[in-house]
Design a binder for this molecule. Structure first.
Ligand SMILES: [Zn+2]
Ligand SMILES: [Zn+2]
Length: 135
């Protein structure tokens, strides 16, 4: 079974041939800024299992991170949809923004990350680990 997704304008299309290795929610300030929202919903896939076809991804090197590592944030240069992030410690993993998937029904977060900077109104699921800073 493969999973499909796209950005808002459809310039970026992808299919994924594997199941996510992990899924979580990131409440870091940088994810809030990039998404213009309260948090990122992320699923980690082997980068090699994602087929972007002839999609043209834009990339921003985010060096103003609390962790100090440079996060590569890939997005659509036309409509601005965030697509995935890549961290230097795991260059073979794509942390996909799961809102771009056509079917999000299987998304089940395993943890909340960077909870120290979560927005006040957000209530965390207490049945999964809440990590203050990094994993
Ligand atoms: Zn787009
Ligand atoms: Zn984040």
């Amino acid at each position: 079974m493969s999973v499909s997704g796209s950005c808002l304008c459809g310039q970026i299309n992808l299919t994924i041939s594997s199941e996510p290795m992990m899924a979580g929610v990131c409440h870091c300030k940088n994810c809030q800024k990039q998404t213009g929202s309260a948090f990122s919903t992320l699923a980690g896939f082997p980068l090699s299992d994602i087929d972007f076809g002839d999609s043209e991804l834009s990339m921003y090197e985010d060096s103003a991170t609390e962790s100090g590592s440079v996060v590569k944030r890939f997005f659509c240069g036309k409509c601005g949809s965030p697509i995935y992030s890549q961290v230097p410690a795991q260059p073979d993993t794509a942390y996909l923004k799961t809102g771009i998937l056509d079917d999000t029904s299987s998304f089940k977060p395993m943890f909340n990350l960077w909870c120290d900077s979560k927005q006040d109104w957000v209530t965390l699921d207490e049945t999964i680990p809440a990590i203050g800073k990094q994993a």
